[in-house]
Design a protein around this ligand. Structure first.
Ligand SMILES: Cc1cc2nc3c(=O)[nH]c(=O)nc-3n(C[C@H](O)[C@H](O)[C@H](O)COP(=O)(O)OP(=O)(O)OC[C@H]3O[C@@H](n4cnc5c(N)ncnc54)[C@H](O)[C@@H]3O)c2cc1C
Length: 379
């Protein structure tokens, strides 16, 4: 629909600000819990045009933070086995997480803990890793974590699973509609104002990704703290030597990754430049640093031809863990933010957790505390 033809309802029980994975999954799981009066407002002309449409599409389930790792595994299990009757399109090629030296210890410990809890991953040596991805023969690493159940998703299809289901269950989805003001009355969230009109609401879900703090500021809230970081992705043209069945391969201690992409490779130098909520122009010096890094650490991957490249924003909290929960300073304001580099993978668990908390359902108190945005506001 042409944005100019869209109108907003006078009232919605829940207004979700942002139509990326955070907002879409929260709306979907809220609707599953019987909340039908949901309004999802997306500033851009399309859903998923920010981080949720610019990411590397990788399901990676071993993370050093135990809370994040558990949420990622719960999420992928849900997406793979039962979120929908019709499976989402994912290439379950597995992952190899490479580590070297002392700095690799936390990741190895996280993998061991996950395996002890029954998750299918194991630590392998160079021989097995190189047998799976022969180009690693010249790479520098000591061990790898092999996770057969990791993979690469069709991110647009996954995002639209959440959005379509939310819509089918009664949610209203509106694009081209930036929230420009948040009204507070009697000490709680009362309404949002947009170029398309004003909508009163009982609850506001701030799922605005890199812009989440801006939405908080519109409601008079101080910083959370959330920091957007710019990261680049590079895609090569098809290469005869690339096997599309290779797992995604991430050197955790060197900070680079690659995975098969339409006959070629997608690579990232894992750059992490503090940025602002807004456009992410490409920085050519990042290509030089990627080439230098790979020339030293995995020469066959250095200086490959480039077909396309872009940058997006990963928005992290101060401790790197998601911020999901009510703002203790303002009743009616709920954060689903700081999804960092895991927002697509974690989407089903994030949406389910947010919806459960929003509807007063039962959540493990330890989990609720661990992701509570209030942890940054104590004192
Ligand atoms: C280069 C890169 C690679 C990544 N790779 C992976 C990966 O392989 N696997 C993985 O799981 N994750 C990955 N991520 C992380 C993942 O993309 C994010 O965690 C996730 O997309 C965050 O979703 P979000 O909904 O919080 O934010 P966004 O997708 O940024 O959505 C926020 C939305 O809010 C909207 N908005 C902003 N202001 C307003 C307003 N005033 N009113 C209404 N709407 C507004 C924006 O337009 C935007 O669409 C990667 C990220 C990047 C940048």
């Amino acid at each position: 629909m042409n944005p100019s033809e869209q109108t907003l309802p006078d009232h919605a029980d829940v207004v979700v600000v942002g139509g990326g994975f955070a907002g879409a999954a929260t709306a979907c799981f809220l609707a599953r819990r019987g909340v039908s009066d949901i309004l999802v407002l997306e500033a851009a002309d399309q859903f998923g045009s920010a981080a949720s449409g610019l990411n590397a599409s990788m399901f990676r389930q071993v993370a050093t933070d135990p809370v994040t790792g558990a949420l990622l595994r719960a999420s992928v299990d849900r997406i793979r086995n039962g979120c929908w009757d019709d499976p989402v399109d994912v290439r379950w090629n597995g992952s190899l997480l490479l580590v070297e030296g002392e700095r690799g210890r936390p990741a190895l410990a996280a993998a061991q803990a996950a395996a002890s809890a029954g998750f299918d991953c194991r630590i392998v040596g160079r021989d097995e890793a190189t047998a799976r991805v022969p180009i690693l023969a010249s790479a520098h690493f000591d061990h790898a974590i092999w996770t057969p159940g990791d993979g690469v998703a069709d991110i647009s299809a996954l995002l639209w699973r959440y959005l379509r289901e939310a819509k089918r269950r009664g949610a209203r989805l509106v694009t081209g509609c930036p929230v420009a003001a948040v009204e507070v009355e009697s000490g709680r969230v009362a309404a949002v104002r947009t170029p398309l009109g004003r909508t009163t609401c009982r609850l506001l879900v701030d799922a605005a990704g890199a812009w989440a703090e801006e939405i908080g500021a519109l409601a008079g809230l101080g910083p959370l703290p959330l920091t957007p970081f710019r990261r680049h992705l590079v895609v090569t043209p098809p290469q005869a030597w690339v096997d599309p069945k290779w797992p995604l391969t991430w050197h955790l201690t060197d900070d680079w990754y690659f995975r098969p992409e339409v006959g070629g490779l997608m690579l990232s130098p894992c750059d992490q430049t503090p940025w602002f909520a807004g456009p992410t122009p490409r920085d050519p010096t990042v290509l030089e640093s990627l080439a230098e890094k790979l020339a030293a650490r995995c020469p066959p991957l250095a200086n490959l031809p480039i077909q396309s490249w872009w940058a997006g924003l990963r928005t992290l909290t101060a401790d790197g863990r998601f911020a999901i929960g009510p703002d203790p300073r303002l009743p009616g304001f709920f954060w689903v933010a700081g999804l960092g580099g895991h927002g697509m993978t974690g989407s089903a668990a994030v949406g389910d957790l947010a919806a459960t908390l929003l509807t007063g359902g039962t959540v493990d108190p330890g989990l609720a505390r661990a992701v509570d945005p209030g942890r940054f506001l104590a004192g």
